[in-house]
Design a protein around this ligand. Sequence first.
Ligand code: FAD
Length: 393
Amino acid sequence: MSSVALETFHAAPLSRLSEDELMFRDTVRQFASEIIGPLVRKMDEEQHFHPSLLPQLFNLGLMGIEIPTEYEGAGGTFFEAILAVEEISAVDPSVGVMVDVQNTLSINALLRRGTEAQKKQYLPKLATEMVGAYALSEAGSGSDAFALETRAERKGDHYLLNGQKLFITNAKEAGLFIVFATVDRGAGYKGITAFLVEKHFPGFSVGKKEDKLGIRASSTCELIFDDCRVPAANVLGEIGKGYQIAIETLNEGRIGIGAQMLGLAQGAWNHAARYAKERKQFGKPIAEFQGVLFQLAEIATEIEATRLMVYNAARLKDAGLDFVKEAAMAKYFASQVAERAASKAVEIYGGYGFVKDYPVEKLYRDAKIGKIYEGTSNMQLQTIGKLLLTQVK
Ligand SMILES: Cc1cc2nc3c(=O)[nH]c(=O)nc-3n(C[C@H](O)[C@H](O)[C@H](O)COP(=O)(O)OP(=O)(O)OC[C@H]3O[C@@H](n4cnc5c(N)ncnc54)[C@H](O)[C@@H]3O)c2cc1C
């Protein structure tokens, strides 16, 4: 760990935002409330990402936050990507995950492992018009991701991909997919290779879209590869090193899901607190009853702890320090707090919390995914536990 990295880290107290970060957060907050807010219910009901949102997300630079300016990106930090996911998810976690997968998975993997030619080819598009997706999971391989069966066979100057992916976020909107396939099943995880697959490549198609409990505006689809022709130049990183790309990308992505759940929790709390100040029973606002006020205070405390954990993991990452355990802890804890905050918000709304005219029942449904994708809670505990044991002497 360099002293420069340490200085950077200590100079930035966890929850204190710099002037630039504050401005950035406020811009995203305003966009989320004014532009995304009015579309949330319709998008949830119709299970459809409103087409007007994508160009605006690109124009604001939110789809290429960490892409350097030389590739037409915003030249921002990972921490800013985390702030954007948090703020957007406070209004709609479906839009939050769109921005999250774009920035913390797709772009991150390309920035870290792409060749100069691949960066020149794809980063300007990802910054301005192209949605990215990250395709690892299959019907038979979820937590055991490296048991994947999609095959890649070299044929001259290209590979032929065959197989299916399942549950792929952004699949309907994406133009570029980072696809993990094996070049040698006998080699186990050492056969896994990452490919950059464009949606128009022959033999590629997007299949069934899932009808989901929550984050319904976010598309989650099957991908089908039927002799899909991928140029050999589109191998991302080295042959047989796809497992490393998958692990390192998900380590960072996890902080993004922590931010999504943090934003969701804050959004639920904001609704509940406003409602509690307005709703009168027994002649006074329900927030004035200690039973309600203490619940709001307790959840706010949990949200504050979550924010410190998520920001800490993101700042560690930006400072070039170890962050894997902190990222897993942040995601694990944030998903619990999101579920509790949304559930409490439903209760504070009373009967109105249970109906779709009010926003909190949706957040309650949306919260559940935090414990499932990018590694279930059990998988986070496994990572945390293993890393902790290595420190026990
Ligand atoms: C809405 C949505 C979006 C998604 N987006 C993407 C995406 O963009 N890209 C992508 O690649 N994938 C995506 N996924 C897939 C997601 O990452 C997987 O669903 C997740 O990793 C869990 O895998 P699984 O569903 O196969 O569950 P399983 O792995 O079958 O797990 C089932 C249960 O068993 C438990 N379990 C399994 N193994 C162990 C163990 N060793 N120890 C203890 N408990 C264990 C799990 O914790 C879980 O509770 C998405 C899924 C959903 C639902």
